[in-house]
Design a protein around this ligand. Structure first.
Ligand code: AN0
Ligand code: CP
Length: 318
């Protein structure tokens, strides 16, 4: 595998799952693979889990790791070509990216949607500049439209806990005070359909995701109806994805906060969230602390998904 930006890059999901379980049983099995190889992790945005789990994954594979927080200590970067750089930005991404590529073998990039232009975000402008100009394999650590390392970890977590051949997986929008990207729900929808599960997405009107991510899932605007008989509930906030309201908050309706009322109509569903989560906005204390909450196992599986992805990229190096 050269780059990793979405589910398509992994190929057969069952094979990926087999590798994930193999690594979970012995996470240092491939420790020789990354010898004298360097991972550079570039963060344009904050992170707790991705930062730690990806670094741990690289260490499992024997790699060296460099972390760059672009907004803390690096030069402010211009991303638009053709700009007269007489403002506060000292360096252009078009030089910075190939320079970063000089010092490493693999690059992980976190660059959230900026909500300035839907075309730029949905064209994955920043991630694609890394792919094009770094000369190195690049993987997404959450980009503008997807968070595949998270969805891979979520997929592993569901496979470990499902008791039915084809579980019902419900992704529910929930309220949040700030505009959040669609990356996590886009990827989750795409992966769950690819996994072959019964996938239902519920949200207030106006929060429709792009159909290229949700194709194969059923949209149900009534949250309680959506939750009926669910085996897994995945809560997440996202902002509007439509051209007319891109990046906007259209609802703060706290009746959508996932609590005992909604969980009561499920088939004793597990609760999932990628974290970080705002308690009593997205989910009540009782549900996230309850015996069916999988938020910590999901986070733990981030190490596993990242190890599989890095292993595959290392295997593809010359
Ligand atoms: C981010 C998001 O919703 O995309 C990261 C989630 C992994 N969340 C926040 O910014 C709170
Ligand atoms: N779930 C996740 O990606 O968390 P971080 O934003 O803390 O990395």
């Amino acid at each position: 595998m050269r780059h990793f930006t979405g589910v398509k890059d992994l190929g057969d999901l069952h094979e990926a799952m087999r590798e994930a379980l193999e690594i979970k049983q012995d996470r240092f099995k491939y420790v020789g693979l990354g010898r004298n190889r360097t991972l550079l992790m570039v963060f344009f945005n904050s992170s707790l889990r991705t930062r730690l789990s990806t670094q741990k994954a690289a260490m499992n594979l024997g790699m060296n790791v460099i972390v760059l927080d672009v907004n803390q200590g690096a030069w402010k970067l211009e991303t638009e070509r053709g700009v007269i750089m007489d403002g506060d930005k000292s360096e252009h991404l078009l030089e910075a990216v190939p320079v970063m590529g000089c010092y490493c073998d693999v690059i992980g990039v976190r660059s959230f949607a900026r909500f300035e232009s839907k075309a730029d975000d949905y064209g994955e402008k920043i991630l694609n500049q890394f792919i094009r100009y770094s000369g190195k394999p690049v993987f997404s650590m959450e980009a503008a439209t997807g968070h595949p390392l998270q969805s891979f970890a979520d997929y592993i977590t569901i496979e470990e806990h499902r008791t039915k051949q084809r579980p019902k997986v419900v992704m529910s929008w929930a309220p949040h005070p700030k505009s959040l990207p669609q990356a996590v729900p886009n990827s989750f929808a795409e992966w769950m359909v690819a996994a072959g599960y019964e996938v239902v997405i519920t949200h207030p009107e106006g929060y429709e995701l792009e159909s290229r991510f949700t194709a194969g899932a059923r949209i149900e605007y009534d949250q309680m109806k959506a939750f009926e008989g669910a085996d897994f509930v995945y809560a997440k906030n996202w902002s509007a994805a439509s051209d007319a309201h891109y990046g906007q908050i259209l609802s703060m309706d706290r009746s959508w906060t996932v609590g005992e009322r909604q969980m009561a109509v499920t088939d004793n569903a597990y609760f999932m969230h990628c974290l970080p989560v705002r308690r009593n906005m997205i989910v009540t204390d009782e549900v996230i602390e309850g015996p069916r909450s999988l938020v910590i196992p999901e986070a733990a599986n981030r190490e596993i998904s990242a190890t599989v992805v890095l292993k595959r990229i290392l295997e593809g190096l010359d």
